[in-house]
Design a protein around this ligand. Structure first.
Ligand code: G1P
Length: 298
């Protein structure tokens, strides 16, 4: 059993890249096939053994909490109509684990959002999962956050998920300099972390992906972290200080990551999910083939 029992999921963002869809609906509630995006993230945490999820939310986000609660009227009506399995599916989302919400009272950045969870978590290690990063693990593997939790339990060091990207893309990410551990292909020794290095200054193709396992010593560092890239309090800057003070490791996780916070990435996530479902794979493949044939014929 991992020592890590709690996960922080920041959900206070405005979702401006998906306007007007996100004008009155949180972007985390946009569906991937038939489940809200946030449910994939929370299910990843639960399946890794996380017991309590802490949402750091903002205004107009109560539908996220409602989604992880019972919907008595809906479930009762479904049961009365003989749709017991659908009603049970809805209740199961609420039964699986505890959900706590705290508010980020101003949009000051990811580091500031994570710090808002401190009163709930206190003196314990915790996981952080970012809602835009959907990660599908290989069928024989732990979910990505479980891989980081295992590495944290083994090493006692904070872990951040890393993925190789083309050098020309690294300016969109936190960038991790350093080198792979020659004895463990999943471990990366980090020598510097830079949030979104401007094009032309890139020194590494190792990008930070939104999964972290952190020791409680990060709290006092976050309190002291000032504005960084984009004028925001960046988690990456606090992590670089943590690295200097007590070490921090990269975890080159196994799994396919898609950026569901980007329009093409969101469509990709929908297609990947559809193609993984027995009832959808064939019709969606047929649809794609006919669309490609039509487009090529034009
Ligand atoms: C955040 C982090 C960044 C990380 C990225 C992964 O950036 O600040 O270090 O690489 O998530 O998705 P955002 O995409 O929220 O700007």
């Amino acid at each position: 059993m991992s020592k890590v029992k709690t996960a922080v999921i920041p959900v206070a963002g405005l979702g401006t890249r998906f306007l007007p869809a996100t004008k009155s609906i949180p972007k985390e509630m946009l569906p991937i096939v038939d489940k809200p995006t946030i449910q994939y993230i929370v299910e990843e945490a639960w399946s890794a053994g996380i017991e309590t999820v802490v949402f750091v939310n903002g205004h107009h986000k109560s539908s996220i909490e409602d989604h992880f609660d019972y919907a008595y009227e809906l479930e009762d009506t479904l049961s009365k109509r003989g749709k017991e399995a659908v009603a049970d599916g809805s209740r199961a989302i609420a039964d699986r684990g505890a959900v706590v919400s705290v508010r980020q009272k101003a949009p000051l950045g990811l580091g500031h959002a994570v710090l808002a969870a401190r009163p709930v978590i206190g003196d314990a290690p915790f996981a952080v999962l970012l809602g835009d990063d959907i990660i599908r693990p290989p069928s024989d593997s732990e979910p990505a956050i479980g891989q980081l939790m295992e590495a944290f339990d083994r090493t006692g060091k904070g872990q951040i998920a890393l993925m190789q990207v083309p050098l020309s893309e690294i300016h969109k990410y936190g960038a991790a300099e350093g080198e792979k551990d020659p004895e463990n292909a999943q471990s990366f020794h980090i020598t510097a972390l830079v949030e979104k290095p401007p094009p032309g200054t890139e020194k590494t193709d190792q990008a930070v992906v939104g999964r972290y396992v952190l020791p409680p010593s990060i709290w006092s560092i976050l309190v002291e972290t000032g504005e960084g890239a984009g004028g925001e309090i960046q988690l990456t800057d606090a992590l670089d200080t943590l690295r200097e003070q007590e070490g921090l490791m990269g975890c080159c996780f196994r799994g396919q990551r898609v950026d569901a916070g980007d329009k093409v990435g969101y469509l990709h996530a929908n297609l990947l999910e559809a193609l993984s479902r027995d009832d959808l794979k064939e019709p969606v493949m047929n649809l794609l083939k006919s669309m490609v044939a039509e487009t090529n014929g034009q």
